[in-house]
Design a protein. Structure first.
Length: 571
């Protein structure tokens, strides 16, 4: 690389950041006493896991730019009771993003990629070619979450929600596009790129964006909020936004590299942890005022508090949750990984036991603390039942004092855990506490539907539609439930057996993979569903009491985004 080209890259990094601050040599370190922090963690962590209903945790503490402590507590599986160790692999979820950002910035330094060159000039993107604004999107915008893309497109096509570069919107989709660009430029798959440029140089021997056999010897299983063990996803396709598998010790090596400016120049590291875009006070509420303490850098969130500035990030894929915060000047930090859905309820406890100080990022994320009423309520449901568990949280009128949104979340946690009757009870409490909420009635209707209470489901869907006429989906479901014989269409699907099933639905590319949109109805020994579809080829699945299955009457299958689906051809 020529000297002129290197200077050009650094000028792009340093001069075009929206809020880039000037660099200064670190002037101080803040030492953490290893023996003291170890003693505090060993005493408090087991209590925290029990109080917050978290099966296991692995964490690492950094002081003076070195890892001074790693530890594993709790279990990898609530069923087998195998203990978490220092080599236990966890899903990193969105902690995958900063590691990828580090690799991207190495390519910026090498001249392979320009931070402010539109990505389409490297690789046109068919998924968004209908919106010409995508040609403005750059690597800087992706890394600072200002591309305009949503987090994920869901069943919809990819869209741009605002002029790229103008505001903050957290987006995994942007990272996927940048991943494709990097793979095109290097001619290599993402995991190979990451192994060559990050894992091997930093000694991260138990890290990978795809599952490898060497990880099978020690990995954590995911759990819901009731400590039910879930299936472990072992990614076969790399995704820069969320598929990293790693250990606390490995991830700490990456954070140490940032603190010690290893693998990247000082100027590039400073750009990585300097503000690029303002963010709202609440992570997923664009209408909230701009934050005075939180901003976004190139791959990391940034926080400014009275005790200094720090870079941070969180990971949340529902059943694996994790967090990291580190102080560049102090060269201190802490990170932890959990295998339970309540893992982010203890951020302030973990940071308080280790690095201390204010943590405005916690308020930005707005996760419930394990001591909040909603968390205490859900914790006591398995042992006490809904009726007794809610008692401390009823007002004088015997209505729930827990926020509507939190009660809704608890109800859906119960639904996902297949505790349908308890979910109904929770949603009913929410309807009683918030009788003017269309959303409360809609959720209650869904629980009734999943319990096979079709009449109650229809009534509550209609009530939701009455309160919110824009909720046309509720009206459509009510109409199906009240007149199943009115189903018409050019295509009929049948499913034999399943006499004990309460709810069977059809989900596919024709209804945006909505598992509640199109219903089967029992007729004799079969379940029938009629749909009216234009000629074409569609991928689909059947959903039987929440389980997504291939159509046993149709052997035709296709693979899309790592999933195998049944194929329907309408002529």
């Amino acid at each position: 690389m020529t000297g002129k080209k290197y200077v050009k890259c650094l000028l792009l990094l340093l001069c075009t950041g929206i809020f880039l601050t000037s660099y200064s040599q670190p002037t101080s370190t803040s030492s953490i006493n290893k023996a003291q922090v170890a003693a505090k963690l060993e005493k408090r962590i087991p209590q925290l896991l029990d109080s917050a209903v978290i099966p296991g945790i692995a964490l690492a503490v950094i002081s003076e730019g070195k890892v001074i402590y790693t530890g594993g507590y709790g279990v990898k599986s609530a069923e087998t009771k195998e203990r978490v160790t220092n080599t236990t692999v966890f899903d990193a979820a969105s902690l995958s993003k900063p590691v990828f950002a580090y690799a991207v910035l190495k390519f910026v330094e090498s001249g392979l990629l320009e931070l402010d060159k539109p990505l389409y000039q490297y690789l046109p993107y068919e998924d968004i070619q209908q919106d010409n604004r995508y040609k403005q999107i750059t690597a800087r915008m992706v890394l600072s979450h200002s591309s305009g893309f949503p987090n994920w497109r869901g069943g919809d096509s990819l869209r741009i929600h605002f002029e790229p570069g103008k505001q903050f919107r957290y987006s995994g989709e942007g990272f996927v596009y940048l991943q494709k660009v990097i793979e095109k430029l290097t001619g290599k798959a993402l995991n190979e790129v990451m192994a060559e440029n990050v894992f091997t140089p930093l000694g991260m021997s138990r890290s990978s964006y795809v599952w490898k056999p060497l990880l099978n010897d020690d990995f954590a299983l995911p759990h819901d909020g009731f400590l039910k063990v879930m299936d472990k996803n072992k990614p076969q396709q790399a995704n820069a936004a969320y598929s990293l598998q790693t250990t606390a010790g490995d991830y700490a090596k990456f954070i140490v590299a940032i603190l010690n400016e290893t693998g990247l120049s000082r100027q590039t590291v400073q750009a990585m942890v300097s503000p690029q875009i303002q963010v709202p006070e609440k992570a997923f509420d664009a209408s909230s005022p701009m934050s005075k303490s939180i901003s976004w850098g190139l791959g990391f969130g940034l926080q400014q508090a009275t005790d200094g500035s720090a870079f941070w990030h969180w990971g949340d894929n529902n059943t694996f949750k994790c967090y990291v915060v580190a102080y560049k000047q102090k060269k201190t930090g802490v990170l932890y990984f959990t295998n339970g859905s309540n893992g982010l309820s203890i951020i302030k406890e973990i940071t308080g036991l280790t690095v201390g100080g204010e943590q405005p990022a916690v308020d930005f994320l707005a996760y419930d603390k394990y001591t909040d009423p909603g968390m205490l309520f859900i914790k006591n449901i398995p042992s006490k039942g809904v009726a007794k568990a809610i008692e401390p949280f009823l007002n004088a009128a015997r209505k729930s004092i827990i926020a509507e949104e939190k009660m809704n979340e608890i109800g859906y946690s119960l639904l996902h855990a297949k505790k349908v009757q308890q979910a109904k009870e929770v949603f009913k409490l929410n309807v009683e506490a918030y009788p003017q909420s269309a959303n409360a009635y809609d959720s209650y209707a869904e629980a009734c539907l999943m319990n096979g209470d079709y009449k109650a489901a229809a009534d509550n869907y209609l009530k939701s539609f009455e309160l919110n006429p824009k909720n046309e989906g509720a009206k459509q479901l009510a109409d199906q439930l009240l007149a199943p014989e009115s189903q018409k269409g050019n295509t009929t699907l049948t499913l034999k057996g399943y006499p004990q099933a309460k709810l069977i639905t059809l989900a596919g590319s024709f209804n945006k993979w909505n598992g509640l949109h199109t219903l089967f109805f029992r007729k004799g020994n079969e379940w029938l569903c009629k749909v009216d579809l234009p000629p074409g080829t569609y991928q689909y699945k059947l959903v039987v009491d929440g389980e997504w299955i291939l159509d046993p009457a149709n052997k035709a299958t296709a693979t899309e985004n790592g999933y195998t689906n049944s194929v329907l051809v309408v002529k």
